[in-house]
Design a protein around this ligand. Sequence first.
Ligand code: OAD
Length: 248
Amino acid sequence: MPEIDIPEELSKIFSKSTRVVVLTGAGVSAESGMPTFRGEDGWWRNYRAEELATPQAFARDPKLVWEWYDMRRKIIHDCKPNPAHETITKMEKYFDNFQLITQNVDGLHRRAGNESVIELHGNLWRVRCVEEGKIFDFEEVPLKEIPPVCSCGALIRPDVVWFGEMLPRDQLDAAFEAAQTCEVIFVVGTSGIVQPAASIPIMAKQSGALLIEVNLEPTPISTFADHSFLGKAGEVMPKLWKFIKVRI
Ligand code: OAD
């Protein structure tokens, strides 16, 4: 990878008290071995979202939906956080005011050590009973029974947001609040086309934040970005952090 060109002016912005938000998407987990949704081998290139990631699909064929989640859970189970996750963990430890917002359901940020995590689209290691609405951790890999059932006998579903469903209100409110009050937002590995997550960087920018994007390629967010770094998150993020950290 060619050396990324980091403008010197970036060094003047940060102090320990800078209010920093990081928004991530599937690209941040790509180097851990987890396929993205819309990339070359992305899930939505090979599968139809409406057959796997909608409440209707689950009502029609819970076994098929759970087989897909079981497959993804197996992949993630064998993945490790990569240097991009690790850098974001270092950032949380360093800044007094830090908020991570992720669209990812893989739980890799928490595994890497981040604690201040808003999970906009849920987490596939959690499940919800379709009868009682009870939410609980469920980390069995591979599943012994597909579809799995709750102790009450009803089906359980992954506690993730499917197409056509609302995002968890508390998580979304917290994300909007963080976006409107931060001074710098890093947007890492998202195609920036799924709403409402895609509006978070724009909201931050309109509220006066500096927008730094890291992605393999330009996205709709790039137009608004103050700095766009093209490259792999696992390579760019550690370099950016090293640059920022030595100058703080
Ligand atoms: P996408 O698959 O839409 O986009 C992944 C982005 O990551 C693309 O812009 C890639 O260029 C970029 N990318 C890939 N590998 C990268 C790498 N190593 N380093 C940096 N960037 C890389 O994934 P999301 O934007 O996360 O929703 O998709 C948003 C939502 O759409 C997901 O949360 C999911 C999906 O349908 C739900 O499940 C509700």
